[in-house]
Design a protein around this ligand. Structure first.
Ligand SMILES: *Cc1c(COP(=O)(O)O)cnc(C)c1O
Length: 392
């Protein structure tokens, strides 16, 4: 046993440094806690980093997806195609926006949504596609953009894993009508909770801004400045999705370290690749040429036939060695709610189902020390060797 219980390695623990701690304190001392100048700066910095056109900060990626779908003027009965191998928020956002989610299975190697499977699901009611750049690996954007254009449907990129991701030199989130990002604690950079939407047009950006703040007209945002009192109108029933300056204070400094953090995760990723090459597990597919992988998740597939231990047994064995793990994801058709509401069955999406039953994510945070990485490697090896004895 390499680690004691009080050294439990928390999965996805973020690297928080002094610059953002001081910036949060500075925000609190000014008393400007809510949406203000730091949110504006974070939007500008993020937009410049991504090479996007317009950026709107919100309080989560879930909110970003919801607002993007509303800005796409989703109507009841409209269908939105997405992947079964994603966080439930992707599909819940479609439901909250009044749409009907439709799933298209993933490619078993890339774990990304398969354009051919999408094509087979397109109907006259299809309004949008939401691809997820799974684990930070870009989807096949040539095929997805072509599909969206040919069928005249919206493309909304779920970039929750994909801040650094690029496809043929172009950043993820700038292909679609909307690109939605997450700054949740476990993501590549964090604001605690937070999200960002990239849009292609000023009109969409304006609409999203209004929807993100109660549906109050643009003038409402000026209340956050010192230009004097501004009356606002309520132009539709909006939401309470704005980001706070305290969150942006963290994000501004996290964003400055996005590339060194990415490099550190790439290093860890390559160490894992070398360490696990001879084990009877499937490691992530190598990044594709002419792309930048976001290195958000390092996943192992545990096939009980080959390892003698189930995936869930492996999770227990890792935990017993005080290494936190994640599961990204059990495929959405596994959940009774969706089965009952939409009639989804795991066997209808066999690639996502199999990945969901075998996958384990091991720690891949920029915060990991060299010893942490060695401990993870030892724990994986020991789990596979010792685990059959402690299997559950
Ligand atoms: C984390 C995540 C979300 C939701 O992000 P929040 O900021 O927590 O709302 C959506 N989609 C995917 C793929 C995610 O991993």
């Amino acid at each position: 046993m390499n680690r004691s219980k009080d050294q439990f390695l928390v999965f996805g623990s973020p690297a928080i440094e002094d610059a953002e701690i001081q910036e949060v304190i500075a925000s609190m001392k000014t008393g400007w806690l809510g949406t203000g100048p730091k949110v504006t700066r974070f939007e500008q910095d993020f937009c410049a980093y991504k090479g996007g056109k317009h950026a709107i900060a919100v309080n989560s990626c879930t909110a970003a997806l919801h607002l993007s779908l509303l800005a796409a003027n989703l109507r009841p009965g409209d269908e939105v195609i997405t992947t079964p191998l994603t966080f439930c928020a992707t599909v819940n956002a479609i439901i909250h926006a009044g749409g009907t989610p439709v799933l298209a299975d993933v490619n078993p190697v890339t774990m990304n949504i398969d354009p051919e499977q999408i094509e087979a699901k397109i109907t006259h009611r299809t309004k949008a596609i939401i691809p997820v750049h799974f684990a930070g690996r870009p989807c096949d954007m040539d095929a997805l953009c072509e599909l969206a254009q040919r069928h005249g449907i919206f493309l909304i990129e779920d970039c929750a894993h994909a801040i650094e991701t690029q496809y043929k030199g172009r950043p993820a989130g700038t292909f679609g009508d909307f690109g939605c990002f997450s700054f949740y604690v476990t993501k590549n950079i964090t604001t605690g909770e937070g999200g960002m939407i990239l849009t292609q047009t000023q009109a969409q950006a304006d609409r999203i801004k209004v929807l993100a703040l109660h549906g109050m007209s643009q003038d409402a945002w000026k209340r956050f400045s010192d230009e004097g009192y501004n009356h606002y109108e309520v132009v539709e029933a909006g939401f309470k999705y704005n980001m706070m300056d305290i969150q942006a204070a963290i994000g501004i400094h996290q964003l400055q370290r996005v590339t060194p953090y990415w490099r550190r995760r790439q290093e860890i990723w390559q160490q894992y690749d070398r360490a696990f090459a001879s084990l009877p597990v499937v490691t992530p597919a190598a990044p594709e040429p002419n792309t930048v992988h976001g290195y958000h998740l390092y996943t192992l597939l545990i096939d009980e036939q080959k390892t003698g231990i189930s995936r869930d047994g492996f999770l227990v064995a890792m935990h017993q060695q005080h290494i936190g793990t994640g599961v990204h994801y059990r495929s959405l058709p596994e959940y009774p709610y969706y089965q009952q509401r939409f009639g989804w069955q795991p066997s209808d999406y066999p690639h996502a189902a199999q990945i969901g039953r075998q996958t384990v994510s091991i720690p891949l945070s920029a915060k990991l020390t060299p010893k942490d990485v060695q401990d993870v490697i030892s724990a994986v090896k020991d789990s596979l060797v010792l685990a059959p004895a402690i299997a559950v």
